[in-house]
Write a protein that binds this ligand. Sequence first.
Ligand code: IFM
Length: 436
Amino acid sequence: MFLWGTATAAYQIEGAVTEGGRGPSIWDTFSHEPGRTRDGHTGDVACDHYHRWEEDLGLMSGLGVNAYRFSIAWPRVQPDGSGAANPEGLGFYDRLVDGLLAAGVTPVSTLFHWDLPQALQDRGGWMNRDVAERFAGYAAIVAERLADRVPMWITLNEPFVHMAFGHGLGVHAPGQALLLDALPVAHHQLLGHGLAARALRAAGAGQVLISNNCTPVWPASDSEEDLTAAAAYDTLHNRLFNDPLLLGAYPDMSAYGIKSVDDVLDIRDGDLAAIATPLDGLGVNYYNPTRIAAPAPGGLPFTDAGITGYPATAFGWPVVPDGLRELLTGLRDRYGEALPPIYVTENGCSHEDELTPEGVDDQERIAYLREHVDALQRARGQGVDVRGYFVWSLLDNFEWAEGYHQRFGLVHVDFATQRRTPKASYHWYREFLAAQ
Ligand code: IFM
């Protein structure tokens, strides 16, 4: 069965950050620090999904998706990141999973979507290798409770973004601006993934995936400098995360003026074997290609040259549907037999949606989704084994540093009243799904 779904993440929708025994996460800390998020927005209430999940489940049923990708908040399950499980936290996801199954919607659980327990950050967070072991312990607890009913598991969401934005640039939690010194976060997350994958399998979990944010990289010109910079960026954004998972080895980055992985990563015997634990699928999150030019002196080994000539989302991200086909065929060409089936675990766009008495007429989002689904089908026609597509997102939600300013939902949320209004794109997706 091809999975047609929607996706969300715990901190972006749940709210109830001090309820049910939940401990603080790095996003609670970060979003409460002055100047970290636009207008000081936090996920304290978000979409209040913790209390309104049954209503949201009704929206999914009405939509007709056959799968729902949600994330489990580590600090709900282990409030300080280690030790015994918090029964109330597990109970919330238990009820959600049962509700999904009763509605005929396949639950797809992500274990880590950036909300690290603050107590682990206090011990160094993902810069500390021990967090990988902790993550496996948490995975085992969750799998023991839910693996009998959740057939598909995603260990990490977008480890590149968590490393680059959270630890390299400091614009996401935990707010560290270490630039390339953040590279250990890549290895420790990947190790955590591998150890968690083993723990999931040991607990009888079905399919195990990871969701990588991947981007086709376009050199700004044919000059040698731009081509080299583009290769450097491709290595850092895409290959650093896909190669060890699929090939069991890190790419050589030394050619690009990035230190050699052996110099910066604490790679111990057995780490790469754990990371390369066979996957049942690769989750791919696609938003846009990236155009790269030669570096400015003294900075990173590349420059983002921007993309013009395409429509743009409210975020300013270029809308390039064929980039999805290019990405999927490119992964197949790069990894060949080593590439497991692909699931597009996120794709969507933010727009300045206007709620009127007639609803939200988000025609740009409809065009975006239609064209990206067409691109996905072209990739399948070109022989790529794609088995799922999840729209980001079911609901307008807390968009990290942008707070509530970027609306990605198929369903409009009035954050003052928590009233949900399905947008025109919701009705379009419903009709599309009904015709499959
Ligand atoms: O909202 C995020 C999500 O948490 C991870 N992928 C990209 C989305 C849009 O920015």
